[in-house]
Design a protein around this ligand. Structure first.
Ligand code: RB5
Length: 147
């Protein structure tokens, strides 16, 4: 499994933790985000990771900023990206199953009800549903890119 990850200055520590978890699982991580507290712009970080993902060869991507909001909104402006911002393990599992989310976002300044590492784990361990109703909804969702 191969993952691309980027973050702004609001989530350096969280990005480090998530990368450590992935590496511990034997998952290869291309970490393109900032590793210092110096300010960078989250749309630039979203663009960096999403462009890399769209080149191919990645299973999914991870984006982190202070809240997870700015970077996920930015990612979702890019064709082909479905970036989820799950609030807990349940949502992380369901977004893989029902939305086929290809990116997962986190907020480094958010006090999560469950450990973000567990939330990431729930996303990774879930499988995309092939049930017709979910596949149809995803097709409708992606068609919105053309409107
Ligand atoms: C940066 O200070 C902050 O605005 C950013 O990390 C994020 O929270 C934006 O949504």
């Amino acid at each position: 499994m191969r993952v691309v990850m980027a973050n702004d200055h609001g989530a350096v520590e969280l990005a480090e933790r998530l990368a450590g978890y992935l590496e511990g699982r034997g998952i290869s991580v291309d970490w393109l985000g900032t590793k210092t507290a110096d300010s960078v712009d989250y749309p630039d970080m979203a663009k960096l990771a999403c462009s890399k993902y769209l080149e191919g060869g990645y299973d999914f991507g991870i984006l982190c900023c202070g809240t997870g909001i700015g970077i996920s909104i930015s990612a979702n402006k890019i064709h082909g990206i479905r970036c989820a911002l799950p609030q807990n393990c349940y949502a992380a599992e369901k977004t893989k199953e029902h939305n086929h989310a290809n990116f997962i976002a986190f907020g480094g300044r958010i006090d999560y009800p469950e450990d973000p590492v567990r939330i990431l784990q729930a996303y990774i361990d879930a499988a995309p549903s092939t049930e017709g109703r979910h596949v149809n909804r995803i097709a409708k969702m992606m068609a919105l890119e053309e409107t």
